[in-house]
Ligand binder design. Structure first.
Ligand SMILES: Nc1ncnc2c1ncn2[C@@H]1O[C@H](COP(=O)(O)OP(=O)(O)OP(=O)(O)O)[C@@H](O)[C@H]1O
Ligand SMILES: [Mg+2]
Length: 191
């Protein structure tokens, strides 16, 4: 089996080949599939992410959540005791409530937001570089999500979203890797 680093590179390369139109269209389809799930319907607090580069766009999903009155949390990477970790903060609709943070990804501005207890989150929409059909996941390699996902409730749904081209039959798993409950693409929902 290819190692994680190789697969990460390969998947990022494949994803680079998508045009903006394809990304928009597929992201809309992924959103439709995701919002059709009972787990989504039943969630009051949804943690999303702000897409960057060629990740699945989350704007349609976020908009939909806000329209339904769900609480939307976004990751903010903060350094506490010398360790950088993800902290969920609420997305507010104030002007200037987001600003570029780690990797240049938009993050909530603390002054305009409130910290959300990971135990209050019902569904985490997880970005990734590659997934497999059994919920295996490869991210950018910092372990941010693997560490963060240990803090959510046992019954919190972890759903990876990705384009079909990012899903492989099987990817290597290490002990610290957290499995997704489902992976949603423009064509499939893998449980
Ligand atoms: N629970 C954990 N506790 C401490 N360190 C961890 C934990 N989980 C992961 N790590 C660290 O993170 C590193 C990167 O992990 P991995 O290769 O799985 O990243 P990834 O899943 O691609 O990244 P990310 O979660 O940021 O998207 C690991 O080598 C490990 O040192
Ligand atoms: Mg991992």
């Amino acid at each position: 089996m290819k190692d994680k680093r190789e697969l990460r590179k390969e998947a990022l390369n494949i994803r680079k080949g998508l045009s903006e139109e394809e990304i928009i269209e597929k992201s809309k389809l992924i959103t439709e599939k995701l919002i059709s799930l009972d787990g989504f319907y039943n969630s009051k607090c949804v943690m999303a992410y702000m897409d960057f580069k060629n990740e699945v766009m989350t704007r349609f999903l976020i908009e939909h959540c806000l329209n339904l009155g769900k609480i939307v949390a976004l990751p903010l990477i903060d350094c506490v005791d010398g360790v950088k970790k993800i902290f969920p903060y609420e997305l507010t609709n104030q002007e200037g409530c987001l600003k570029p943070g780690t990797y240049g990804i938009l993050e909530p501005v603390k002054e305009f937001s409130r910290k959300i207890d990971p135990k209050d989150i019902d569904l985490v929409v997880v970005p990734g570089v590659a997934f497999d059909v059994k919920g295996g996941r490869i991210g950018y390699g910092a372990g941010y999500y693997d560490i963060f996902l240990r803090e959510v409730r046992k019954d919190c749904l972890k759903i990876g979203i990705a384009f079909d081209i990012q899903v492989f039959p099987s990817i290597p798993k290490e002990e610290h890797d957290i499995l997704m409950d489902a992976v949603v693409t423009e064509n499939e929902i893998y449980f």
